[in-house]
Design a protein around this ligand. Structure first.
Ligand SMILES: Nc1nc2c(ncn2[C@@H]2O[C@H](COP(=O)(O)OP(=O)(O)OP(=O)(O)O)[C@@H](O)[C@H]2O)c(=O)[nH]1
Ligand SMILES: [Mg+2]
Length: 383
């Protein structure tokens, strides 16, 4: 990986359009992502193609243009709003004479900078190794040839590439084992919470929607809330006592983003799965963002992927102080609260959310306990 220290880089962003859907808004998000990694955007290069060029992703004219803009702007790095193949990345670095970062690596770098907890760090290391493994192309083969078969490694018919693959595979296994252990511990904690019959609620939503701010407002906790993407990587759970509802265990979670790299979805599965075990999801939406509909859809997609589609959900239309909406609640045809309009920052409308929590807690079914198989057999025999 290209090592960069935060704050030291100015970048040119590149986004290409392949027919459907523009990348203009995507580039704004990319610029925010870059800023979160400490990189300043100097210029944006857009283009349009039928399909990616297999060798350079962009066409040769576009590559020349990017190179020219890099020089004009004195920028030292090119960031592509796409996933590049290892070959494209290498060819581009050669053609542009500077580090080339794709969207996946940028997100991985941010996660690496932000991971705080032991578990978060393990998850990020796992994701980065899996990403690096795909980058282990035949770069060492020439060394192998130079060795002329004299080294004992080549004598064993083993290439440097295979050694590296094996080292990565070993480390990946160690990390997965450690994470599995942590996950079991979390499972035990969760059961303890269930025994305490606290009503479990998870805050989910697109990155920067205001989940941590709302979490702090509700629980008076000091969770980190920042105008950065992926301010939160670890799940934090706090207890909240609500009259009539009793104990509520509320969790703040990692934010979602469009095209979250697959290695990260896999690595953060355990964290995201915390959401699955909740009895209610508060889907926090940045109501002041022009991209809110697309973001809601994206979050819905990820929730479905992790098997959380059927959990009752309340949409929290946040940041109404920025778009002039009135605080309040909207109900569905069964008179259940479906959407709460509030500002986590000013506290306006947060009472509506407390009401939603109380109503949801009151209507909950008892925590699911799987039927005892003996009972099931007995009932079957009696029937
Ligand atoms: N104006 C306004 N800003 C808000 C509100 N809620 C949150 N913010 C701001 O939005 C930014 C993101 O807030 P966070 O709470 O960190 O968002 P998050 O959803 O936890 O983000 P990640 O952890 O990165 O996924 C911060 O700058 C907050 O101050 C609100 O109701 N009104
Ligand atoms: Mg957060």
């Amino acid at each position: 990986m290209v090592e960069r220290s935060p704050g030291s880089d100015d970048a040119v962003l590149v986004g290409l359009d392949f027919g459907a859907g523009g990348y203009a808004e995507g580039l704004e998000e990319l610029s925010l992502l870059a800023a979160s990694a400490g990189i300043r955007t100097r210029a944006v290069v857009r283009g349009r193609r039928d399909r990616p060029d297999p060798a350079h992703f962009a066409g040769s004219g576009k590559v020349d243009e990017i190179k020219r803009v890099l020089t004009e702007q004195g920028a030292s790095i090119a960031i592509f709003n796409h996933a590049l193949s290892p070959v494209q990345e290498r060819n581009l670095e050669k053609a542009l004479g500077c580090p080339v970062v794709d969207r996946t690596r940028l997100i991985l770098d941010i996660f690496a900078q932000r991971a705080k907890s032991h578990e978060g760090k393990l998850q990020v290391e796992l994701a980065r190794l899996e990403y690096a493994a795909t980058r282990l192309v035949r770069g060492w083969m020439h060394l192998e040839r130079q060795r002329g078969g004299r080294g004992f490694l080549s004598g064993m018919g083993e290439t440097q590439l295979e050694v590296d693959r094996r080292l990565i595979a070993t480390r990946v296994k160690v990390l997965k084992d450690k994470l599995a252990k942590l996950r079991r511990r979390r499972e035990v904690q969760r059961r303890a919470r269930e025994r305490g019959r606290a009503f479990t609620v998870s805050l989910v939503g697109y990155t920067n929607a205001g989940k941590s701010t709302l979490f702090n407002t509700l629980t008076h906790a000091g969770a980190l809330a920042e105008n950065r993407l992926f301010a939160t990587l670890d799940t934090t759970t706090r207890r909240l006592y609500l009259p009539e509802a009793g104990n509520v265990a509320i969790s703040d979670t990692v934010g979602f983003i469009r095209d979250l790299p697959h290695t990260l979805i896999a690595a953060f599965r355990a964290t995201l799965e915390e959401a699955i075990h909740a009895e209610l999801l508060l889907h926090v939406v940045d109501a002041a963002s022009d991209a809110r509909e697309a973001q809601i859809e994206e979050v819905g997609k990820v929730l479905a992927e992790i098997g959380a589609a059927s959990i009752p959900r309340v949409l929290v239309w946040n940041k109404i102080d920025r778009n002039g909406l009135q605080p309040g609640v909207d109900r569905d045809e069964y008179d259940r609260i479906q959407r709460v309009r509030l500002s986590a920052k000013t506290g306006d409308g947060v009472d509506g959310l407390r009401r939603a929590l109380i109503e949801a807690a009151a209507s909950r079914t008892s925590p699911a306990t799987p039927p005892n198989s003996m009972d099931v057999q007995r009932q079957a025999a009696e029937a």
